[in-house]
Design a protein. Structure first.
Length: 80
């Protein structure tokens, strides 16, 4: 599942992901299991309201690596 991140169009980070969710461009969202819940909970709630599936099985380091960035990523949204 995480291999999809590298090959698909995406946005990385909380602000960009929330914007993509709000605009209806996100088709799936990955939330890091080790990220601060105060940051990720609003994103997960927005996804629930919009009917977008959320995957929480990966760490920030794993998400960052899948996105080919040198830092961890708390939220990654795949775009439709």
């Amino acid at each position: 599942m995480i291999s999809e991140i590298a090959s698909k169009e995406k946005v990385i980070g909380v602000k960009q992901s929330r914007k993509a969710i709000r605009e209806g461009r996100a088709c799936q969202v990955f939330v890091a299991c080790d990220a601060d819940p105060a940051i990720t909970e609003p994103v997960a709630q927005s996804c629930a309201e919009a009917g977008i599936p959320v995957e929480e099985a990966y760490t920030m380091a794993q998400l960052g690596q899948a996105c080919r960035i040198t830092v961890g990523a708390s939220v990654v949204a795949l775009l439709s």
